[in-house]
Design a protein around this ligand. Structure first.
Ligand SMILES: Nc1ncnc2c1ncn2[C@@H]1O[C@H](COP(=O)(O)OP(=O)(O)OP(=O)(O)O)[C@@H](O)[C@H]1O
Ligand SMILES: [Mg+2]
Length: 270
């Protein structure tokens, strides 16, 4: 099977800068300060991530879109691959956002195992790469992991969800071995999502979930995403506030680029 030609991304640098100025002004002062630190820390180095979990409905798409939008604030070209054949929610988000969607953030609906070839064919046309995957297609997940070096695994902080991470960790380990044989590597990190905010028991749930994942020797973002209707409300627009994603993208930059400090974040959440 031959790979269809990719649509070349021709960006007008002046138009990108003009739109970006408007987008920065939409952000809350807290978000703006946070993202300025992150953009400075990234300093033009590429960040390439796949978002995945073999379990459905764990915040993959919400995370992929927020992180891709945050990376678009660098002004560099970003490619967001929608690798979910059933939902295409990343693509729908872009369509909903219309003119608010950053023109330097290209979304490609490539929900087939040949997405790795398609991404490779577009190398040089983007700086940062974010791949959203589907829980039902481990072949698409593997293809995404082949062309990225960081694997972000959103997971609800419950005993059942953390136990079910094993099948996703197995994919991560197999892909790390495969990439290792070719001189590459894959670093996986768990992101707790939809943590409940109220009550001592729930806090305990979060603490034991950190311990469970760390016992399996996987790192976890210090910043959990709390359950909030605000994330659902952001669908189909450029979020006015990224809430916990401001810190998550800072931690992601530090993790992916091997930085000593998390940009713009004083102290952890735990
Ligand atoms: N932190 C949050 N708090 C509350 N609701 C959230 C949060 N994050 C996302 N949601 C909502 O939860 C639902 C599932 O999120 P999302 O689509 O990101 O999951 P997914 O892992 O991509 O799902 P799928 O496996 O079906 O692709 C969406 O309706 C979304 O708006
Ligand atoms: Mg999804």
């Amino acid at each position: 099977m031959t790979t269809p030609p990719s649509t070349p991304v021709q960006l007008d640098a002046a138009a990108v800068q003009e739109q970006l100025a408007g987008i920065w002004s939409l952000l809350t002062p807290t978000d703006r300060a946070q993202f300025e630190s992150v953009v400075a820390a990234i300093a033009g180095r590429p960040i390439r991530i796949t978002i995945g979990n073999m379990k459905g409905g764990v915040n993959k798409t919400t995370t992929a879109v927020h992180l891709a939008l945050a990376l678009a604030l660098t002004g560099d070209p970003v490619l967001l691959v929608d690798g979910d054949p059933k939902n295409q929610s990343s693509l729908m988000w872009k369509l909903g956002a219309g003119d608010e969607w950053p023109i330097n953030l290209t979304v490609m609906p490539w929900a087939t195992p040949d997405l790795a070839k398609r991404v490779t064919a577009m190398e040089g046309q983007f700086k940062h790469l974010v791949i959203d995957t589907s829980p039902q297609h481990d072949d698409i997940l593997r293809a995404g992991l082949m062309v990225t070096d960081t694997f972000v695994i959103p997971c609800q902080p419950t005993p059942m969800d953390t136990a079910q991470l094993d099948s996703t960790f197995k994919v991560a380990e197999q892909m790390d071995a495969l990439k290792g044989a070719q001189g590459g590597e894959l670093a996986a990190i768990v992101l707790f999502a939809r943590a409940k905010q109220a009550g001592a028991n729930d806090t305990n749930l979060l603490r034991t979930s950190y311990a469970r994942v760390e016992k399996k020797d996987y790192p976890v973002f210090s910043t959990p995403l709390y359950d909030s209707i605000r994330y659902a409300e952001a669908f189909g627009m450029f979020p006015r506030t990224f809430r916990e994603y401001g810190k998550v993208v800072a931690e992601l930059a530090a993790f992916a680029l091997g930085l000593d400090e998390v940009p713009g974040v004083q102290g952890g959440r735990r």
